[in-house]
Design a protein around this ligand. Structure first.
Ligand code: HEC
Length: 152
């Protein structure tokens, strides 16, 4: 009869251990890869099968502001809204744009960002092609050098 109680206590302990395992577990540095180490090299190499065109950027913008729901967390300008827990990435940060390949962004769209509010998008509300289009759009909102890094 004590089983559910034990389970509950164990989950509470697990949550505290997880939270206590360091702020880094919950707020990893902005520039730390989100893709697990063992897959990183392979994922970084993946390129979009679609050429960048004005049409695709426009379609990507529509996904960002529409059914992708990106705008609800990433805000109209891509700098992100305030939210509890791990803040959305500032997508305009030029340094962040440089350290991430398109392959890594697609991995996050397919898997979400573990331990954060970033949900799986590709395969849920949007298709893989729509995902590549929205990545083309994200590449266009890069801020000028030297700006935005502090907003992360
Ligand atoms: C419910 C809120 C929410 C929604 C909806 C959302 N995101 Fe995010 N997103 C986040 C948060 C929080 C992070 C920060 C995660 C992190 O630092 O790893 C993030 C991170 C990201 C990243 C950066 C990951 C990295 O490698 O640093 C990208 C790219 C991204 N989101 C794109 C999108 C796109 C495109 C959409 C819509 C198709 C979207 N997000 C929808 C909350 C959201």
């Amino acid at each position: 009869m004590s089983k559910p109680g034990t389970k509950f206590i164990l989950s509470v302990i697990a949550i505290f251990l997880w939270l206590g395992s360091g702020a880094h577990a919950f707020h990893p540095d902005v520039y730390t890869p989100r893709v697990p180490k063992e897959q990183l090299e392979e994922i970084q190499e993946i390129e979009s099968p679609y050429e960048t065109t004005a049409e695709r950027i426009e379609l990507g913008r529509e996904i960002f502001f529409g059914k992708g729901l990106c705008v609800t967390c990433h805000s109209k300008n891509g700098e992100g809204v305030q939210m509890p827990g791990h803040a959305p990435r500032n997508l305009t940060d030029p340094k962040w744009q440089d350290v991430r390949t398109d392959g890594e962004l697609m991995w996050v769209l397919k898997n979400g960002s573990p331990g954060t509010g970033m949900p799986q998008r590709v395969g849920k509300d949007i298709t893989e092609e729509e995902g590549w289009n929205v990545i083309q759009f994200i590449r266009t909102i890069r801020a000028p050098e030297g700006r935005a890094a502090e907003i992360n």
